[in-house]
Ligand binder design. Structure first.
Ligand code: HEM
Length: 313
């Protein structure tokens, strides 16, 4: 790894690891409750489009330094940008402009947030570089965390091993989330690496300059490792879903993603305890993407309940 990349990784780790865990949990709960308030009296909802795709970006925006008022527009803009269709460019422009304004404001007046900590880092990255990194941290953080939540809720709704947790027990939320990282990971393939020297991998010759795609879901189900083909549950965290080596997902980012996804799932189970699939499981579809694996929709039904109020959506 180049020296500059090492310094950059150090800056990201320091800025993220100083996130206060109880504040993180509080934001995640507050935004999750706000989103449930918007759907709970209806008795039915799409838990992907109306919940999972709206939550991580709100929490991350708050941690990075945005005021809550900026949240809803960032949610729309970031999802438009990721969606890659006609509104993608306008979405990207909004996120970029907002990020540039945030970094300029924190340069003048630092606060207790990720943007300020990145600016204060002694490695002296420019404001432009920090804006680019925050863009990556927003996009790389939001969608996989939303898919982790969605794929875990899908597993819990369709696999009888998790039925008990849907009716009040929470014990297996962590288990479902870990199983998803092995069996149904959001980051199924990652683009791309270029080999820096000739080498051999899995009996294949790789030449310097060859482009490599990282098949993380493939590695997780490698028959040489999973000789009996069984599902890997329990606490085994030796999967590749966060990458591996110097470019892997920074450890504090993994922890933040875990808290957001777990809190998001727990709030759903607390607030909509008799949640059930509204359609046959076989009719559910995945977004068409070779990279990130997530559901297009997860329609559910539940007994309507009144909103809690006093929370932000
Ligand atoms: C709070 C949410 C998250 C943040 C802020 C975040 C941030 C990042 C950043 C900054 C990188 C680039 C590291 C580098 O270039 O050195 C990265 C890479 C990566 N992240 Fe995350 N991430 C988050 C959630 C997730 C989740 C939920 C997953 C998967 C379940 C994931 C999987 C990965 C993978 C596979 C890579 C690429 C590894 C590679 O290129 O080899 N991340 N993440």
């Amino acid at each position: 790894m180049g020296e500059r990349h090492r310094e950059r990784a150090g800056m990201l780790v320091t800025a993220l690891e100083e996130v206060d865990p109880s504040e993180l949990r509080e934001y995640a709960e507050k935004f999750a409750d706000g989103l449930i308030d918007a759907i709970c009296s209806r008795g039915s909802a799409d838990i992907i489009g109306e919940y999972a795709m709206l939550l991580p970006v709100r929490v991350l925006a708050r941690l990075y330094g945005f005021p809550d008022e900026a949240g809803p527009a960032l949610v729309t803009a970031l999802n438009d940008m990721i969606d890659g269709r006609e509104r993608a460019l306008a979405g990207q422009t909004h996120v970029f402009t907002s990020m540039t304004e945030l970094v300029a404001a924190r340069k003048k007046e630092p606060a207790e947030d990720v943007a300020s900590r990145m600016l204060a880092d002694p490695s002296g990255f420019t404001e432009e570089e920090i804006v680019q990194d925050l863009m990556v941290m927003m996009a790389a953080g939001h969608q996989p965390t939303a898919d982790w939540m969605g794929n875990s809720l899908h597993l819990m709704l369709t696999d009888s091993r998790f039925a008990a947790s849907l009716f009040g027990g929470r014990n297996s939320v962590a288990e479902a989330m870990n199983e998803v990282l092995w069996e149904d990971t959001p980051t199924q393939n990652v683009a791309a690496r270029w080999a820096s020297r000739d080498t051999q991998l899995g009996g294949r010759r790789i030449r310097a300059g060859d482009m490599l795609l990282l098949g993380l879901q493939g590695a997780n189900s490698d028959p040489q490792v999973r000789t009996d083909g069984s599902a890997l549950t329990g606490g085994n965290g030796a999967h590749f879903s966060f990458g591996h080596g110097e470019h892997r997902c920074p450890f504090p980012a993994q922890e933040i993603a875990e808290v957001i996804a777990r809190t998001g799932i727990e709030v759903v189970l607390d607030r909509l305890p008799d949640l059930d699939l509204a359609v046959p499981a076989a009719s559910l579809t995945r977004r068409p993407s070779p990279w990130l694996r997530g559901l297009s929709e997860l329609p559910v039904t539940f007994t309507p309940t009144p909103a809690l109020g006093g929370t932000l959506a």
